[in-house]
Design a protein around this ligand. Structure first.
Ligand code: F6R
Ligand code: MG
Ligand code: MG
Length: 365
C-alpha cells in the first residue's frame, strides 16, 4: 500500500509590524506557489497558514521523508517569499533563511520541519500545531500529556490499543543524539530528560501497538545552534495522528489547557505562558506575545486534507486564555528579573553577552 507523507515546514520570511504576524498578501502568494506544485504533481495537497510571524506550509505527498523535491519546493518558496518581503519592506525579511544555496535537505538551513510517513487508515484524523515566540521543547509538556499521562488521556487506561503505551524518541539538541524511551515503563527517565526542554526535545512518538506506527513528529531545529548567535526563536511545529489507537482529538487539545510556561518570549529571552488561540488571534502583540499555539484538524484521505477545523476557535479554551492573561500580568511585573527573564545559561545566544562584555574589565577586587 502507498504511504502518505506529511511534511510541515515553516520559516519566518518577514512580518508586519515588527514580529507580529505574516503579511496576508504573502500568504496568498504562498498558496499560489503551492497550487502550482500541486498542478505539477510535486505534492498531493497543501494548507498554508501562519503562527504569528511564521509562514507554515503543510504538505502531503507520497515521496517519503527528507525528500529533495519536497524540501527544495519549501526552500524555493521561502526564498521567493523572503525576496518579496524585502521588496515590500516587511520586517526581518528572510530572517530564517540562513544559507544561500540549497544542498538537498532543508534541515540545518534555518526553516523548521516536522514530517513522517504512514499507511493511511480508512479514516485518518490528523492534527497539526504551530507555536510562535518559543522553542521546540515547548512541545515536551503537551506531548507528554497526550501520550503518557492518563490524567490527560483517558484512553491510556481504557482503550487496549493505547494501553500498551508509546515510545518517545528524545533528542539532545546540543549533541545531535537520540534516546528512545518506552512508556509507561521508562516514564521517570523520560521526565528526567524532557523536563529540561532547552536541551532535550521529543522528536517522535511511536505506538507500541503493532501496525499503528508513528503517532507524532515535532520540529527540533534550533536557529541559534545553526547560526551560532540569536536570530529569532525556533517556533516549533508538530504533526499528530489521532483516534482509534491514538489519543482522541479531545485528548490531544486537552494537553494545551494549562497555559504552561515556555521559553522564548520577547527577544528570545523571557518566559511566558503558552496561549492556545484561533487563527484569528495568531498574532503576537503584547510584549511580542504572549507565546501562542494554533491548531488545525483534518481528515486525511489519499493525501487530501478534508474538513479543516481551527481547533482553538472554541469558548472552552477561554478559561485557559484568561489564566494565561493573568499569569502574563504577574510575570511581566518581574521586568528584567529572573525567572521572568531566562537564566544566564540560556541567554548565551541572545544579545545580552554583548552588553555584559563591556562590564568585564570594570570588576575589581
Ligand atoms: C522575534 C521576537 C521578538 C524580537 C524583538 C526584537 O521572533 O521574538 O520578540 O526579538 O521584537 O527584535 P529586533 O531585534 O528585530 O528589533
Ligand atoms: Mg519575525
Ligand atoms: Mg516567529
Amino acid at each position: 500500500m502507498v504511504k502518505t507523507t506529511i511534511s510541515l515546514l515553516k520559516a519566518d520570511i518577514g512580518s508586519s509590524p515588527g514580529h507580529v504576524t505574516v503579511y496576508e498578501p504573502l500568504m496568498v502568494r504562498a498558496e499560489e506557489l503551492m497550487e502550482k506544485a500541486k498542478d505539477e504533481n510535486v505534492i498531493l495537497d497543501f494548507v498554508v497558514f501562519n503562527a504569528g510571524d511564521d509562514t507554515e506550509l503543510l504538505l502531503s505527498h507520497n515521496k517519503g521523508v527528507d525528500n529533495e523535491a519536497i524540501h527544495k519546493l519549501a526552500w524555493d518558496t521561502f526564498m521567493t517569499l523572503g525576496k518579496e518581503a524585502r521588496e515590500i519592506g516587511l520586517y526581518g525579511a528572510g530572517q530564517d533563511l540562513l544559507k544561500d544555496a540549497f544542498t538537498g535537505n532543508i534541515k540545518g538551513m534555518g526553516p523548521g520541519c516536522a514530517e513522517f510517513e504512514f499507511e493511511e487508515r480508512p479514516a485518518e484524523p490528523l492534527l497539526v500545531f504551530a507555536m510562535d515566540k518559543t522553542e521546540p521543547g515547548a512541545f515536551n509538556y503537551p506531548i507528554f500529556q497526550m501520550f503518557a499521562n492518563p490524567f490527560n488521556t483517558a484512553g491510556l487506561i481504557i482503550d487496549p490499543k493505547l494501553h500498551e503505551g508509546f515510545t518517545f524518541s528524545v533528542m539532545d539538541v546540543y549533541k545531535n543524539k537520540f534516546v528512545d524511551l518506552s512508556c509507561p515503563e521508562q516514564m521517570y527517565d523520560l521526565l528526567a530528560l524532557i523536563g529540561a526542554p532547552g536541551k532535550y526535545v521529543v522528536k517522535y512518538v511511536d505506538s507500541k501497538t503493532p501496525d499503528l506506527g508513528r503517532a507524532a513528529a515535532i520540529s527540533t531545529d534550533k536557529l541559534s545552534l545553526i547560526a551560532g548567535k540569536y536570530i529569532g526563536k525556533d517556533d516549533p511545529v508538530a504533526v499528530i495522528r489521532s483516534q482509534s489507537g491514538f489519543p482522541a482529538v479531545g485528548e490531544i487539545v486537552e494537553a494545551f489547557t494549562l497555559g504552561h510556561l515556555v521559553s522564548g518570549w520577547m527577544r528570545g529571552s523571557h518566559r511566558g505562558p503558552l496561549m492556545p488561540v484561533s487563527l484569528e488571534y495568531s498574532q503576537c502583540v503584547r510584549f511580542d506575545g504572549p507565546p501562542r499555539v494554533v491548531g488545525l484538524g483534518f481528515q486525511l484521505k489519499n493525501g487530501i486534507f478534508i474538513g479543516g477545523v481551527d481547533l482553538f476557535d472554541d469558548p472552552s479554551f477561554d478559561s485557559t486564555r484568561a489564566r494565561v492573561n493573568e499569569i502574563t500580568e504577574y510575570i511581566r511585573r518581574h521586568g528584567p528579573f529572573e525567572p521572568g527573564r531566562l537564566p544566564l545559561s540560556e541567554m548565551e545566544y541572545t544579545t545580552l553577552p554583548n552588553v555584559l562584555q563591556k562590564l568585564e574589565d570594570k570588576f575589581h577586587d
